[in-house]
Structure formats: structure tokens, C-alpha cells
Design a protein around this ligand. Structure first.
Ligand SMILES: CCCCCCCC/C=C\CCC/C=C/C(=O)SCCNC(=O)CCNC(=O)[C@H](O)C(C)(C)COP(=O)(O)OP(=O)(O)OC[C@H]1O[C@@H](n2cnc3c(N)ncnc32)[C@H](O)[C@@H]1OP(=O)(O)O
Ligand SMILES: Cc1cc2nc3c(=O)[nH]c(=O)nc-3n(C[C@H](O)[C@H](O)[C@H](O)COP(=O)(O)OP(=O)(O)OC[C@H]3O[C@@H](n4cnc5c(N)ncnc54)[C@H](O)[C@@H]3O)c2cc1C
Length: 551
């Protein structure tokens, strides 16, 4: 995050100075925004940067314990520089949060600079290869030029000058990383389902009849139900990630031309896609672990590490709930635009035909299901706006009405995101397979149908509310879904092999390409320190005395 922020928040002159040093690893930096007391609420950050025109410096200070920077990766022992997000004060006026480049350690000795308190925040659920740290300032001075001045400046005399064309320019790095995290979610879910599907092809357990041999667990419908949605979702996230990256790049290009019109939609998309992709990936990686029984619980399976790494992405770079609420803000505005007969931006254009007051006729084709997801999202949004307005009419303020409606707002945002993801998934597969062989087309179509049927069956309650789907339609869809799993089974291992993930990347005794699971599990077990000697010394110091009643 250090380099992208230098690129996004520095003037060209500042980039010319800092970027080569960062890219050359002469300086190592991190992005320190979150504090002990605040992560989500950026406007509530307490670290201060007060400009002193006498010395043309900013005085960095941590006025409270809760103002200590907390969490930044590499902060504890690795970095010697930080991008610090602090409340900017000049001429006695606070201008809100701004980014500053702050040296925290000596470039030669690596000792913390005087006035800087820095350390490690301690063990975490995962991510323990990163030294996430804390950072406090005691009236620590930095040169005026260390304020990142692309979007705002403080002149030598302390005059504050706003440069950015849009109010949230300083939030740009977060949008960039959120876009990257959708790809990260896809990549890690692909690893987990490669491990689980390969292992499920090796593992034999239970024989349906006394004479027969034990079945590959991948043959069981319940195992296919656990795992094939994981494969389908890995593809869905990858294709949405590529689509979102293009949307991001187009928006950035437009902003460079002075046009910020598409930024609100990008913020809404990056927020909900980051939220859903990281949450789906984390829960499906856990599902892959469930599918591998006891051996899935071994660190040597690679699955606990993947889960611990990915579940953090649901929180950092914007908590799941918070980001969905950002998307909901955008959706409520879109609803008002429909009412006013105004044009809509592409990803919410389906709303213009949605509020008919009638249930959408159920159509179980892939396009029909995508339309149903859109109807579901529109229905939830409409119901949410109705709740908001009912609360406003009761005399509540907008903030109070909004807060009371946030559960529904999040539901509407999640439904919208599912509809967008489903639409992108199908259309990207069709675009990319135009010249593919019939077999490749068939397999990829089967996978997006798994995704559509799975989520339709997960949302039958909502579909009954907003479409004409009947009990028998649901019964038929369930049968069709279960039949589709059986069609995919023969290709399942080939499909995960196609992720082309090397053993060194999988780090898994269960998922290695050669399938020698049991030999690898035993080999990993031998590495346990407890196997260094036949009798551990704790027998003599604890067990034996206890057995003799001497403890
Ligand atoms: C090479 C591959 C690598 C990939 C990486 C994988 C490995 C990564 C490994 C480790 C990395 C971990 C690093 C983690 C870093 C962090 O976690 S950094 C800290 C992240 N923190 C957050 O995300 C905080 C979340 N909070 C916020 O973003 C904001 O507080 C907020 C919730 C958006 C609220 O902001 P605010 O109160 O200022 O604004 P609002 O009043 O809600 O909205 C005002 C209007 O502004 C619009 N808005 C808000 N944010 C943005 C934005 N980012 N872009 C554009 N517009 C934005 C918002 O829509 C409102 O507009 P409106 O008034 O028109 O509705
Ligand atoms: C592994 C990891 C790495 C990280 N790396 C960095 C880094 O490099 N740099 C950095 O600056 N930060 C980093 N962070 C911090 C991260 O950005 C924050 O943890 C994240 O933004 C969430 O903020 P928080 O922890 O204060 O949680 P909070 O915002 O306190 O959330 C706690 C709970 O309150 C809820 N909540 C909060 N506000 C609202 C609201 N308005 N409405 C409804 N519910 C609400 C949340 O949904 C959540 O359920 C990292 C975090 C992790 C886990």
C-alpha cells in the first residue's frame, strides 16, 4: 500500500523523489491509517499533524492511547518509513485527514527516531508472517514537504489549499486495494478447492454395500455440493475481478481527464465486490476444510493457513458491513433517480424496469435466473426505501431512519452485488469462450449454472417474494442442480488441475499433484519436534511424578 499511495497522493515532484527510493528498496514503508481506537471511521482518527510556519514543519502527535496507529503491516520491525493518515491542523483550523510521509527509523541503524514509539501488536489468528505494529508520536517534527500534496497543500505560510476535484481523493488507495482483493479472493479460493477436490478423489471412505470397495468421497452428492460451488465461485470471482479492474482503470483514466462522474459507481462496486468476494472466499475455504475431514484440520493440508489469511480480508481494507452500507448509499440514490425519471449508470440500469409492482415471471434459464436476482435486489431496495420513508414520516431524522434500516440496506446491497456478479460471470464466460472447443464451453457453462442454481436455491424465500416461482419450480430446480453435479463429477479433477497451481504454491500434503497424500502426511508428521526422541522429558518432570502421586 506504500507505493500505490505514493503514486496516488504525491505531486510529480514528490514522486520523483520518493518513488525511486521506494522501488529501489532504499526505504521500506507501510500505510498507517488505522488506530487503536478507530479503523472504520476515518474522520474520527485522532493522530494530529499541526503545521508550524516558524519552522515550516508539521508536528506529529498521538494525543491519546487510542490515537496510536495500530495494525499497519510491517510497522513493528520492518519499515523505516510510514504513510501516516492524520488530522491536519494549520492556522488553528482542522482540515480533516490527510496523508504524510514520516520517517520512523534511522536509515542506517534502524533505531526508532526520537519522539517515535513503535512495536509489534502481538500474535494474530493468521498473517503471523507480517509484523503488524503500533506507532505513537510525541511531538515529532517532519518537513512541510512530507505532506503528500497532490490533492491538498499547505503553503509555507500555513495557508491550506484544496486541489482535488472530488472530496474523497485521499481514499483512492483503499479503492485500489479493494479491487486487488477481489483477485486475491479468487486466487486463494482456487488453491483451496484444488486441494479439497484432489484429496476427495484420493480419499476412499465407506462402502455402500458390504462386498464393494470403498467409494472416492468425491462420488458422494454431498461432497460435490460442498466443493463444486467452490470451483464455480473461484471462476466467478476471477472473472469479476478482471471486469472490476477494467472498470477501475477506465475510471482512473477519466479522472485524469478531469471527469469524476464514474467514481461513485466504482466506489459502490469496489465496496460490495470486495465485501462479497472476501466473505464468500473465506466461508468456502472453510467449507473446503470441512470437506477434508480430520486431515483438513492439519496445518500440513494448507487449508488452515488459507482460511486464516483470507478471513482477514473480510475485515481489512474496509469491513464487510461498512462497505455494503457504502453500496447501499449508492443504491438509494439510484432508486431516487428512477423515481425522477433520470438515467441510471450501467450496473444499476436494471432498476429502471424493476419497480412494476408485479412479481417477475419465473424463468429457470440462466438469463431468467439472473433477471430473478435483479428482481430480488430491486424488491429488497424498494422495501428498504419504504422502511426508510416510513421512519422519516414518523419524525425521525435521516440519520436515525438510516441507522434503523441498515439491516435491510445491507441485504439490498448484497442482493445487488450477487446480481452483478452473476451477470458478469455468465457474460464473461460467453465472451471468452466464443472460439473455445465445445467441451471447454460445456464445462464452463456447467460451472456458471452451478453458481446460478446454488444461489437461487439459497434464496428461495426471496424468490417466492419477488418472482412467480412456485413450489414445483423449486422442486424441479433442486433436481436439476443435483443432476448437474453428477455431470461435472467426471471432469472435477481436470477442472481444478486447470487452475495450474504448482505444489510449491499449494503447500499442501493433501493437494499435491502426485496424489501421494498418506506418504506426505506421514512425512510432515515426522517433522514434529515431538518426534525428536522416543520419550519426551516431560514424562520425567510431570507425568511420572503424577503417576506416583508425587505432584
Ligand atoms: C499484488 C496483489 C496484492 C493484493 C493484496 C493482497 C495481500 C494484501 C495483504 C495485506 C494488505 C492488508 C492491508 C490493509 C490495509 C488497511 O486495512 S488500510 C485501512 C483500511 N481502512 C478502511 O478501509 C476504512 C473504511 N472506512 C472508510 O472507507 C470510510 O470511513 C467510509 C466508511 C467510506 C466513510 O467515509 P466518510 O465518513 O468520510 O464518508 P461518508 O460520509 O460515508 O461518504 C461521503 C461520500 O464519500 C463517498 N466515498 C466514501 N469513500 C469513498 C471512496 N473510497 N471513493 C470514492 N467515494 C467515496 C461516499 O460514497 C459518499 O458519497 P455521497 O455523499 O455522494 O453518498
Ligand atoms: C490482517 C490485518 C491487516 C491490516 N493491515 C492494516 C494496514 O496495513 N494499515 C491500516 O491502516 N490498517 C490495517 N488493518 C486495519 C483494518 O483496516 C481495520 O481493522 C478495519 O478497517 C476495520 O476497522 P476496526 O478494526 O476499527 O473495526 P471496527 O470499525 O471497530 O468494527 C467493529 C465492528 O463494528 C461494526 N461497525 C463499525 N462501524 C459501524 C457502523 N458505522 N455501522 C454499523 N456497524 C459498524 C463493524 O461492522 C464490526 O462488526 C489491518 C487489519 C487486519 C485484520
Amino acid at each position: 500500500m506504500f507505493v500505490p499511495t505514493l503514486m496516488g497522493q504525491c505531486t510529480p515532484e514528490q514522486q520523483a523523489y520518493w518513488l525511486p527510493r521506494a522501488l529501489d528498496m532504499q526505504i521500506i514503508g507501510t500505510y498507517a491509517q488505522t488506530e487503536l481506537g478507530h479503523g472504520t471511521f476515518i474522520r474520527g482518527l485522532e493522530t494530529t499533524a499541526t503545521y508550524d510556519p516558524e519552522t515550516e514543519t508539521f508536528v506529529m502527535n498521538s494525543p491519546t492511547l487510542t490515537s496510536y496507529k495500530w495494525w499497519a503491516g510491517g510497522l513493528a520491525k520492518t519499515v523505516n518509513y510510514c504513510i501516516v493518515v492524520a488530522q491536519l491542523y494549520t492556522k488553528g483550523v482542522c482540515h480533516g485527514t490527510h496523508p504524510f510521509i514520516v520517517q520512523i527509523r534511522d536509515e542506517e541503524t534502524h533505531m526508532p527516531r526520537p519522539g517515535v514509539k513503535v512495536g509489534d501488536i502481538g500474535p494474530k489468528l493468521g498473517f503471523n508472517t507480517a509484523d503488524n505494529g503500533y506507532l505513537g508520536f510525541d511531538n515529532y517534527r517532519i518537513p512541510r514537504d512530507n505532506m503528500m500534496m497532490k490533492n491538498a497543500q499547505v503553503l509555507k505560510d500555513g495557508t491550506y489549499v484544496k486541489v482535488a476535484r472530488h472530496g474523497k481523493a485521499t481514499y483512492g488507495t483503499m479503492v485500489f486495494v479493494r479491487v486487488l482483493l477481489v483477485n486475491e479472493a479468487a486466487f486463494n479460493l482456487a488453491k483451496a478447492c484444488t486441494i479439497a477436490v484432489r484429496y476427495s478423489a484420493i480419499r476412499r471412505q465407506c462402502s455402500p454395500d458390504s462386498e464393494g470397495s470403498e467409494l472416492q468421497v468425491l462420488d458422494y452428492s454431498t461432497q460435490q455440493h460442498k466443493l463444486f460451488i467452490c470451483i464455480a465461485t473461484a471462476h466467478a470471482l476471477q472473472l469479476n475481478s478482471t471486469w472490476l479492474w477494467k472498470t477501475f482503470s477506465d475510471t482512473l483514466a477519466a479522472i485524469k481527464q478531469g471527469n469524476v462522474d464514474t467514481l461513485p459507481e466504482l466506489h459502490a462496486l469496489s465496496s460490495c465486490l470486495k465485501a462479497l468476494s472476501t466473505a464468500d472466499a473465506a466461508s468456502l475455504i472453510e467449507q473446503c476444510r470441512h470437506a477434508c475431514g480430520g486431515h483438513g484440520y492439519m496445518m500440513s493440508s494448507g487449508l488452515p493457513y488459507l482460511y486464516a489469511f483470507v478471513t482477514a480480508t473480510r475485515t481489512y481494507e474496509g469491513d464487510y458491513t461498512i462497505l455494503l452500507l457504502q453500496t447501499a448509499r449508492f443504491l438509494v440514490k439510484a432508486y431516487e433517480q428512477v423515481e425522477a425519471g433520470k438515467p441510471l449508470t450501467p450496473t444499476v440500469s436494471y432498476l429502471s424496469q424493476a419497480f412494476t409492482g408485479k412479481k417477475l415471471p419465473w424463468d429457470s434459464s440462466p438469463d431468467g435466473i439472473i433477471r430473478a436476482f435483479q428482481a430480488l435486489a430491486a424488491g429488497k431496495l424498494s422495501s428498504t426505501v419504504k422502511s426508510l420513508r416510513k421512519r422519516l414520516e414518523s419524525g425521525l431524522s435521516y440519520e436515525q431512519a438510516w441507522e434503523l434500516s441498515t439491516i435491510q440496506l445491507n441485504g439490498a446491497a448484497e442482493a445487488h452485488c450477487r446480481a452483478v456478479m452473476s451477470q458478469n460471470y455468465k457474460s464473461e464466460i460467453e465472451r471468452l469462450t466464443v472460439n473455445s472447443s465445445p467441451n471447454v464451453k460445456l464445462v464452463l457453462q456447467q460451472l456458471y449454472k452451478v453458481y446460478l442454481y446454488y444461489w437461487a436455491l439459497e434464496r428461495t424465500g426471496d424468490l417466492l417474494l419477488y418472482t412467480s416461482i412456485s413450489e414445483s419450480d423449486i422442486f424441479e430446480l433442486q433436481l436439476r442442480y443435483e443432476g448437474l453435479l453428477k455431470e461435472i463429477r467426471p471432469n472435477a479433477v481436470g477442472i481444478v488441475d486447470a487452475f495450474d497451481l504448482r505444489d510449491e504454491v499449494l503447500h499442501s500434503a493433501l493437494g499435491s499433484y502426485d496424489g501421494n497424500v498418506y506418504e506426505r502426511l506421514m512425512a510432515e508428521a515426522q517433522k514434529s519436534p515431538l518426534n525428536a526422541e522416543p520419550v519426551n522429558q516431560t514424562f520425567h518432570t510431570y507425568l511420572k511424578p503424577m503417576m506416583k502421586g508425587k505432584l
